[in-house]
Design a protein around this ligand. Structure first.
Ligand SMILES: Cc1ncc(COP(=O)(O)O)c(C=O)c1O
Length: 459
């Protein structure tokens, strides 16, 4: 076979995807497209042979007899509530240590972890919390449920995260907290956010619910702000069905958070009775028993995901038109809870990410493609109008403030106008897929390369 004089990287980078197909035919393989042989040339979606015939595992959560034993042990102990048992409290210590936080408090969910943080920081009627419209609704629910306004800062078109450069302009005398969200294992621009917050002496609560164990400059997400919240709900990468944690370093704030989730009890047991405000958001011993076992498993899974994720990213970004998501800091550790690559349809004969993904799925790879954001955005959700019209909000805010706030909701040009066709991505539920053996990663690369090479046939 005639050998190409071009290196694989320079070849793929310098040649448009459309030309790539023709050039490869002329120069032979030996490239990323090596696996895309004659037999597999025809796309499966057009009647060809799929790259992979065996389905990927979709088993999640993963458990074995260790979780079963831990659950039975908790059951038989008859200490089902953490007020009697010690599984919850033992895991709090383990988690704090693992995350590099001074304290951790477990709760029954990421939402209640966020609620506790806002409550302890005094967020209430008439206040404002700066956040992003591009998040899961739980972030916004906790702000509104405290009868305060979620002040939306537009997103960075390159990442979908809050645009840290716009935060300063959104600060007012009413700003109580800045609440950035680390989406799908990708850190927001947390160092810049902290610099702005520190300059104005405003506390930051990090919503790291989707990003457990991600890092910036060797520091775990959730440990930058005055508190950081994680979720162990089943979609995440460290799970126990439902559950959450608050991380933090301030003794008084964290004591109050612990009290808040435990009906106001003093966690140090120094003050008797119910000295602090609170409610019951406790995690059960059953959840903590599963979580403790899952954490051991998570450490190994996380390592495998890192290895496979980096491998896939390196291989796939050799294809012109597929790019890694921008990192705000060179020393960033993403978690690969979702594997996401930016997709530029111009490099694929204007085939939409959704159609491209459909073709890759036909090759046997579970992938999706589409807009790189959280639907229409939380600022457009009906719940917000319900809150604004509620008795509580009418009592907490003047008519003029609510009017001005309503107007502000239409000033999010990037969130509203960076159309899906301009900013699209390919995405895989990689918390499961990246646990597969390396040869499966090669099949993912092969399938995507095959569709890239033949994208003109999908146009
Ligand atoms: C960004 C974000 N914040 C908060 C939460 C709430 O976490 P939980 O479901 O554990 O209450 C989630 C859960 O999906 C989330 O994705």
């Amino acid at each position: 076979m005639k050998k190409s004089s071009l290196t694989r990287r320079s070849f793929i980078k310098e040649t448009s995807a459309k030309l790539a197909g023709a050039a490869l035919a002329a120069t032979g393989t030996g490239s990323l497209f090596a696996g895309v042989g004659q037999k597999a040339e025809k796309l499966a979606i057009l009647g060809g042979t799929p790259v992979r015939s065996k389905p990927f595992s979709s088993t999640w959560p993963i458990f074995d007899e260790n979780e079963e034993k831990a659950l039975l042990k908790a059951l038989r102990s008859r200490n089902w509530c953490c007020l009697k048992g010690n599984v919850v409290y033992d895991f709090e210590k383990e988690l704090a240590k693992a995350m590099g936080a001074t304290y951790s408090v477990l709760s029954n969910g990421g939402t209640t972890a966020l609620s506790a943080s806002l409550h302890v920081l005094g967020v209430g009627p008439g206040d404002e919390v700066i956040t992003t419209p591009n998040t899961f609704i739980a972030t916004i629910n906790v702000i509104c449920n405290a009868h305060s306004l979620p002040v939306y800062v537009d997103i960075d078109p390159d990442t979908g995260s809050i645009n840290a450069d716009l935060i300063e302009d959104a600060i007012t005398e009413h700003t109580k907290v800045i609440l950035p969200v680390h989406l799908a294992g990708f850190p927001a621009d947390i160092e810049k956010i902290m610099a702005v917050a520190n300059k104005h002496n405003i506390p930051v609560v990090e919503d790291a619910c989707q990003s457990v164990s991600a890092e910036v400059n060797g520091k775990k997400l959730g440990t930058f702000g005055v508190t950081g919240c994680i979720s162990f709900q089943e979609w995440k990468s460290l799970v126990c069905g439902e559950g959450g944690a608050i991380l933090g370093g301030d003794e008084d704030i964290m004591r109050r958070c612990a009290a808040f989730v435990n009906n106001g009890r003093d966690p140090r047991k120094i003050k008797g009775g119910y000295p602090y405000p609170g409610s019951n958001h406790r995690m059960t011993e059953f959840q903590a028993a599963v979580l403790t076992e899952q954490y051991g498993r998570f450490k190994k899974q996380d390592k495998t995901r890192q290895e496979n994720g980096k491998y896939l990213e390196e291989k796939l970004t050799e294809i012109l038109g597929l790019k890694s998501r921008k990192r705000y800091c060179d020393n960033t550790r993403i978690t690969y809870v979702e594997f996401e690559l930016d997709y530029d349809k111009e490099c694929f004969n204007n085939v939409s990410a959704s159609r491209f993904a459909e073709a890759v799925r036909a090759e046997g790879i579970p992938i999706s493609g589409g807009p790189r954001r959280y639907g229409k955005g939380c600022h457009k959700e009906g719940m917000l109008q319900e809150h604004l019209n509620s008795h509580a909000f009418q009592a907490a805010f003047s008519k003029a403030r609510l009017e001005k706030y309503r107007e502000s909701l239409s000033h999010l040009p990037v969130m509203d106008n960076v159309t899906p066709s301009k900013k699209e991505m390919l995405s895989m539920d990689s918390k499961i897929i990246l646990l597969s053996p390396r040869k499966d990663m090669d099949e993912i690369v092969e399938a995507i390369a095959k569709v890239a090479k033949n994208s003109d046939k999908l146009a």
